[in-house]
Structures are given as structure tokens and as C-alpha cells.
Design a protein around this ligand. Structure first.
Ligand SMILES: Nc1ncnc2c1ncn2[C@@H]1O[C@H](COP(=O)(O)OP(=O)(O)OP(=O)(O)O)[C@@H](O)[C@H]1O
Ligand SMILES: [Mg+2]
Length: 301
């Protein structure tokens, strides 16, 4: 097969591993810089141009779209879908998952467990917003945050109020979330491919820290999931319409709760923690599923 990895950086671990895994299974794998693709969107024969020429027809694309380039990146994926190329994750599903509020609303509608969460831009009654998710301690998150930056634990009602006021002064939309203390500074990353959890790791925050992000000094190791955790991860992926994703769970007193679903999960931490050939399993999924025009929405959504 002919596979394209849409990635800004050929030197990233995940990009390199996917290329290596594809080639070792006998495929031709090109790495295409999403942001350098351009196209004539009005053409009756859709194509994607790159470095002065039309790209060949690929059987499948693997989008690795960074959060900061979601808008342009998903439009490139959509163009491939219009050409009939199979995308492991559809453009609409990627856009959907990038909107944290929309994601939480969708998951909630499907009855998937999540921490009690409120969101706001300019509430008149901050005290009520906090009480409404169960009161302090609460976790306050900037909507645009990543790698643990912009995630704050407010231990008291007063602290929560002043943090929210500060964020409001910056005109930032925020999430206010029940603090899952019993998770003990750990979360669980489940990698779901084709409706199955193919690997899972537990990330533990550094001493004195509640955020388990590896970028914040967290450490990862392999973990065994309970059937409820497995089901929650699979249901979350299905709700978001993602064939491949990372589902982050917290172990709460009221069962597994979903924090986030990531459509371009990194492979380094989880391959190292589990010793599994995850890149190989992703290519295997593509081998079985990539048929022309199989993208459900065909780029029209
Ligand atoms: N409600 C919560 N209760 C307990 N711990 C939490 C809660 N929300 C987040 N955490 C901890 O903080 C970490 C960072 O939070 P989160 O994943 O929401 O933000 P992020 O990593 O900055 O964003 P993203 O995952 O979108 O890149 C989590 O991995 C988890 O360990
Ligand atoms: Mg996170």
C-alpha cells in the first residue's frame, strides 16, 4: 500500500515509528508536511499539491495534526477524503475531538463517566459555578491548555474564585471540574485502535504534584484495566468517531471517568511503558480497513 503520514516533523518519535512500521510491512510510506500542502478546492478532480506537484494517490493517510494547526490540518485531511483516500481518523472526528466542550457534551450525552464539569466564559456568579460541581477543591482548566499548563488545583472556595476571576480578566474560557483526589496524582492513558484497547499505561505525577503529565515529571508504567475501564475507553472512542485515539481516564470513587480523548496520541511513552509494537498495530488496522471511499462522511461533514 501507499501510505502518507501527515506530520509537520519527520523527526518526531511517533512519525518515525509509523514510517518504520509501514515500511517493514512492505508499504511505501511518505511523510508529508500538512502545512505545506495546498489545493484547488474548486476542481472537479480533487487533488493535493505539494512542492510543485500533485501528490500521488494514497491508499491511506495517518493524520498527526497538532492542536495549533487543527483548522488547516483538518481541511487537508478532508481533501484527501474527497479523493477517496482512507484516513485512519476522519477530519470531522478530529475537529470534534479538538473542541473540549463539544467532546465533553457528546460523552455526557452517551452516559460515559466523567468528572463533574462546568464551563464558563464570564459567569456572574462564580461562587455558584464552583458549588454547582460540588464545591472546592476543584480543578480549573484553561480551555486552550496542553501538557498540564493551565491546569490548576484550587483547594478552597476562595482560591477557586480568585483564580477564575484572574482567568476571566484574560478573557479565557475555562472548565471547572470536580477534583478526583482518590486518583492520587495518576491517570490512565488507553490507546484505542479499531474499537479495542491495544495498550494502556498508568502515569503517576511527581511527588507533590497532582498532574501526571510526562512533561511535568510524571512517570509511566504498564497497567491492567478493569472491564469497566476498558469499556469506558472503547465507548469514548466510538462516541468521538475515532478509529485511533488516546483516552485519558481517572480512577474515581464513582468508577472510571474520562478526562480527554486525543486524536493524535503520542507513541513514545506508551511503546516504552508497554514494550508493544503499537505503530505496527496501527499499520495492521490500516491494512485491514483502508478501502477507497471508506471514509464515512466522504469529506462532506
Ligand atoms: N479533575 C481532575 N481531578 C484530578 N486530577 C486531574 C483532574 N483533571 C486533570 N487532572 C490531572 O492533571 C493532568 C493534566 O490535566 P489535563 O489532561 O486535563 O490537561 P492537559 O494535559 O494540560 O491537556 P491535554 O491533555 O488536553 O493536553 C491530568 O493528566 C491529571 O493527572
Ligand atoms: Mg492531558
Amino acid at each position: 500500500m501507499r501510505i502518507a503520514i501527515l506530520s509537520r516533523n519527520p523527526n518526531l518519535y511517533s512519525t518515525k515509528r509509523l514510517k518504520e512500521a509501514g515500511e517493514s510491512r512492505g508499504h511505501t510510506v511518505d511523510i508529508i508536511d500538512t502545512m505545506h500542502c495546498y489545493m484547488d478546492v474548486t476542481s472537479s478532480r480533487p487533488s493535493v499539491r505539494y512542492k510543485g506537484r500533485a501528490l500521488p494517490r494514497y491508499d491511506a493517510v495517518i493524520p498527526r495534526i497538532g492542536a495549533s494547526v487543527t483548522f488547516y490540518g483538518t481541511s487537508v485531511v478532508r481533501q484527501f477524503e474527497m479523493m477517496g483516500t482512507f484516513s485512519i481518523n476522519e477530519s470531522v472526528a478530529i475537529s470534534r475531538s479538538r473542541d473540549k466542550l463539544r467532546s465533553l457534551q457528546l460523552l455526557s450525552r452517551k452516559g460515559i463517566g466523567m468528572p463533574r464539569t462546568g464551563f464558563a466564559n464570564h459567569p456572574d456568579r462564580i461562587d455558584d459555578l464552583i458549588k454547582n460541581v460540588g464545591g472546592a477543591p476543584v480543578v480549573i482548566k484553561l480551555l486552550e491548555g496542553t501538557q498540564g499548563i493551565g491546569v490548576v488545583l484550587a483547594e478552597t472556595q476562595k482560591a477557586a474564585e480568585s483564580i477564575i476571576e484572574a482567568f476571566m480578566g484574560l478573557n479565557a474560557s475555562i472548565l471547572v471540574q470536580e477534583f478526583i483526589k482518590e486518583a492520587g496524582g495518576s491517570d490512565i492513558r488507553c490507546l484505542v485502535v479499531g474499537g479495542k484497547v491495544i495498550a494502556a499505561m498508568k502515569r503517576q505525577a511527581a511527588e507533590g504534584e497532582f498532574r501526571s503529565n510526562l512533561h511535568r515529571g510524571g512517570t509511566a508504567k504498564i497497567v491492567r484495566l478493569s472491564p469497566a475501564e476498558r469499556k469506558t475507553a472503547v465507548d469514548a472512542a466510538k462516541t468521538m468517531g475515532l478509529n485511533m485515539c488516546g483516552v485519558d481516564l481517572l480512577r474515581s470513587n464513582h468508577g472510571p471517568v474520562v478526562m480527554e480523548v486525543n486524536s493524535s496520541p503520542g507513541l513514545e511513552g506508551i511503546e516504552n511503558a508497554t514494550n508493544k509494537d503499537i505503530a505496527g498495530m496501527i499499520i495492521e488496522f490500516i491494512e485491514t480497513n483502508a478501502k477507497p471511499h471508506k471514509t464515512k462522511t466522504k469529506g462532506t461533514g
